[in-house]
Design a protein around this ligand. Structure first.
Ligand code: ZN
Length: 180
């Protein structure tokens, strides 16, 4: 199940540090995020308009950007998407660069579409097992994406990350920015 990305699309993704962490009750999780004012009205499928407190949940860095929040069919507007999958998914940003070996720290090269090989120790690892630059790759069952936000634009508040953690039994959450 891969996301169809459009050219120029970028998103900030919040995800639990534990790849297997997921809400026991997805509907209750949506309800909690809606009550908090992060999620607004459900737009389509797993996509939501921004909620009334959205601007208090995200810190904008530098000059506050012009955010288009009105729905458009091409999906190029600021909205949220909540994806929960049975198995963890690995996603990386186009600017992720080459990963490092978690064992020896050596550079790794893609040996085929699924695996990476270490120059140092020769280990072959799946992409999700490699060490990626922080914030540029993720491996998770639960993804909360905020579309059209770009790296350097914004970050979630500590309060939001803490709230998300509480919803999933205390698992800490992290942030990544993905560009296609
Ligand atoms: Zn190695």
């Amino acid at each position: 199940m891969s996301e169809q990305l459009l050219p120029g699309d970028s998103r900030m993704v919040l995800f639990p540090d534990d790849p297997l962490a997921a809400p026991a009750d997805a509907a209750a999780f949506v309800a909690a995020l809606t009550t908090r004012g992060l999620l607004g009205e459900r737009w389509r499928d797993d996509r939501f308009l921004v909620g009334r407190r959205f601007m208090q949940e995200v810190v904008f860095v530098g000059c506050s950007p012009f955010l288009r929040v009105d729905p458009r069919d091409d999906l190029r507007f600021c909205h949220l998407q909540l994806e929960i999958t049975e198995q963890p998914r690995f996603l990386r940003s186009a600017d992720a660069g080459r990963p490092r070996c978690p064992e020896c720290g050596g550079e790794m090269d893609e040996s085929d579409s699924e695996a990476y090989r270490c120059h140092g120790c020769g280990r072959e690892l799946a992409a999700w097992q490699c060490r990626w630059r922080p914030g540029r790759a993720l491996h998770a069952r639960s993804l909360l994406s905020i579309w059209t936000l770009q790296r350097g634009d914004a970050r979630p508040t500590e309060a939001l990350l803490a709230f998300l953690g509480e919803q999933l039994g205390g698992a800490p959450w992290k942030t990544a920015f993905l560009t296609p």
